[in-house]
Design a protein around this ligand. Structure first.
Ligand code: DAH
Length: 330
């Protein structure tokens, strides 16, 4: 029995110990065999024999339990070591997404005007003739309608060609004064290096009591805005025509690529056109029932800003979803 104690103590693993347990304590084990001998032991010696056996059994059991506990502790320790997590290791964070360059540009534009307390308005992409044209002083058969290649639906509805209808919708639902921008998608039948059938504009409109705002305010705010977007550039206002403004101006910045000396991007003029603007035409106010007000408005193409700010040569590449292009804007 002494050697059995040794064998238990020397078990090197839980599996080895289990084998020994079966061998000693099992139904057909050594102890069972010893107890079986009890029936052959003569009467007077039975008690002493049984006591001796029970004594040995509990001694073996004690050894077994303590060995089991020790081996379990070792196994747990090994498992803890194997499963250790080094929390100081730099994790695999996976691919990181980012806003699309058009969204980034849009946000930068919106940030500027929100800081000046402009509200951000929206309107439907599917418009009607009244909001997209008529109320903006573009009556039917007006030649200026040809400036915008419109997608029409069979029922006379259309995809808005600019964000200007949001001006009309806002004025119809609010009372002056108004300070708003309307960012969003617009649609035109156009497709080349600098045109896609869907693109984004931001419209701006300020309406105040008559005489409170003038072209001077328009000039000041748009000049400051363009500095916010493009940094230290020259800004010039060039007389132009829009049906909804009078007078109207297109706004140019000095070419950010050649600093005004003339290059391919600015068609060797030294200037880049970036905005349409003007003093709101009285006919627009008439269409929404506003009286005794003055106002100015402006509109810009977001993709054009993004292309200039990031030197993107082909507008269409912004909408192809090529990950190699988009990864550059993280
Ligand atoms: N709606 C014009 C366009 O899509 C842009 C524009 C020009 C908007 C002058 C204005 C404005 O509000 O005053 O080309």
């Amino acid at each position: 029995m002494e050697t059995l104690q040794e064998r238990i103590k020397e078990a090197s693993s839980l599996e080895a110990l289990e084998k020994i347990r079966v061998e000693i304590f099992g139904k057909k084990g050594l102890l069972a065999a010893e107890f079986a001998k009890l029936k052959d032991v003569p009467g007077p010696e039975k008690k002493a024999f049984a006591e001796g056996l029970n004594h040995q059994k509990s001694a073996l059991q004690e050894t077994f339990e303590s060995t089991l506990a020790a081996l379990k502790a070792v196994a747990l320790e090994e498992q803890l070591v194997a499963e250790t997590i080094d929390v100081s290791l730099y994790g695999n964070l996976g691919e990181k997404g980012a806003l699309h360059p058009v969204a980034q540009t849009m946000d930068k534009i919106i940030d500027y005007f929100v800081a000046l307390n402009f509200s951000v308005e929206t309107g439907p992409l599917v418009e009607d003739d009244f909001h997209n044209f008529e109320a903006l002083n573009l009556p039917k058969h007006h030649p200026a309608r040809d400036m915008q290649d419109t997608f029409y639906f069979a029922d006379g509805g259309l995809l808005r060609t600019h964000t200007s209808p949001a001006q009309i919708r806002t004025m119809l639902k609010e009372k002056p004064p108004i300070r708003m921008i309307a960012p969003g998608a617009v649609f035109r039948r156009d497709y080349d290096l600098t045109h896609t059938p869907m693109f984004h504009q931001v419209e701006g409109l300020v309406v105040e009591e008559k005489g409170k705002v003038s072209f001077a305010n328009l000039k000041a705010i748009l000049t400051d805005f363009l500095h916010h977007m493009f940094g230290d550039v020259e800004v010039r206002f060039r007389p132009s025509f829009f049906p909804f403004t009078e007078p109207s101006a297109e706004v140019d910045i000095s070419c950010i690529f050649c600093k005004g000396s003339g290059c391919r991007v600015c068609s060797h003029t030294g200037w880049l056109e970036v905005l349409g603007s003007g003093v709101v035409d009285p006919n627009v106010f008439k269409a929404v029932g506003y009286e005794n007000v003055s106002g100015y408005a402006f509109g810009l193409g977001v993709e054009r800003f993004a292309m200039l700010m990031h030197e993107i040569p082909d507008l269409r590449s912004l909408f192809e979803g090529d990950i190699r292009l988009l990864e550059q804007f993280r």
